[in-house]
Design a protein around this ligand. Structure first.
Ligand SMILES: NC(=O)c1ccc[n+]([C@@H]2O[C@H](COP(=O)([O-])OP(=O)(O)OC[C@H]3O[C@@H](n4cnc5c(N)ncnc54)[C@H](OP(=O)(O)O)[C@@H]3O)[C@@H](O)[C@H]2O)c1
Length: 272
């Protein structure tokens, strides 16, 4: 029997690559788009479902649409997400709320909607797309980093709660991947007339360059398929390049002030 997968954010970047790769591998794939029409078939061959992860009703309807058609969902990838750049001080509460509503509450809404059916089928795999930025506070991406670190801990906790029902929870922590995330990233308007402006503008350019020169998102499609085939997947899979993998090791072993200095040197951030 074909595996059935539900991937949020199936219209672009990493989500689109996951949908495409799984379709090639014979999985029945449903990817979401906020502007999609239910049942629309993409040129890559997977089906689109309308879903906005910031809207509980929309999430519930999307999950029910698939369960009605397929009677099951084997795999959920919580991929839909948005970036945010700006200093912590410049970030307005409403902007922070929007990022958390998509990246954190969006993931939670989808889990809540799909868990009853996964529990009743006594099986299921939930993969949450986090970020290397969820494992360390990145300067001028504090809100984004903290939203992804919330996804990390939610996933760790949920994994222990749902294991008894045969459900596995896995985190993928990408480094920089070449997608449309630069175009879709929110930038606080306050940065335009901010004390941080000069430094922010310079670092924002570095952030954009790192994504532009990032890896091919198909790598994550392959990883998702590999995890789907595993009987006992790990809790986390880091898919960064060499320097982001090194940063994770250094973060684990170095005193925090020393690690902070390395990150500040990398971005050439003024100490005084
Ligand atoms: N690219 C990287 O370097 C990188 C690194 C680490 C982690 N990530 C994470 O990977 C995930 C995918 O990002 P990407 O790089 O592929 O970005 P992207 O190209 O901008 O794609 C974002 C996707 O999320 C969907 N989306 C956004 N808001 C949504 C909402 N409210 N409801 C439903 N779908 C929504 C978009 O679909 P519609 O607009 O069609 O609805 C789109 O398909 C994100 O969680 C991101 O944080 C990316």
């Amino acid at each position: 029997m074909k595996k059935v997968a539900f991937i949020t954010g199936g219209t672009s970047g990493i989500g689109k690559a996951i949908c495409t790769y799984l379709t090639i591998k014979g999985v029945q794939v449903y990817g979401t788009g906020r502007l999609a029409v239910n049942g629309e078939i993409t040129k890559e061959g997977y089906t689109l479902v309308q879903c906005d992860v910031t809207n509980t009703e929309s999430v519930n309807e999307a999950i029910q649409y698939i369960i009605k058609k397929e009677n099951k969902i084997d795999l959920v990838v919580n991929n839909a997400g948005i970036g945010m750049a700006g200093s912590v001080e410049d970030s307005e509460i409403e902007e922070i709320r929007n990022i958390f509503n998509t990246n954190v509450a969006g993931t939670l809404r989808v889990c809540k909607a799909v868990l009853p059916s996964m529990r009743s089928q006594k099986a299921g795999l939930i993969i949450n797309i986090s970020s290397v930025g969820g494992l360390m506070g990145l300067p001028y991406r504090g809100v984004y980093s903290s939203s992804k670190s919330s996804v990390e801990l939610l996933s760790e906790a949920m994994s222990m709660e749902v294991m008894k029902f045969g459900i596995k929870v896995v985190l993928i922590e990408p480094g920089d991947f070449k997608t449309s995330i630069n175009l879709n990233r929110k930038v606080s308007p306050n940065t335009q007339h901010s004390i941080y402006k000069e430094e922010f503008d310079r670092i924002h350019e570095i952030i954009n360059d790192e994504v532009t020169n990032g890896q091919n998102p198909f790598k994550i499609g392959k990883l998702v398929y590999k995890i789907l085939l595993k009987k006992n997947p790990r809790v986390r899979y880091n898919t960064g390049n060499f320097s982001s993998k090194l940063a994770l090791v250094l973060k684990r072993i170095l005193p925090t002030r020393l690690f902070e200095r390395i990150i500040m040197n990398h971005y050439n951030i003024k100490r005084k």
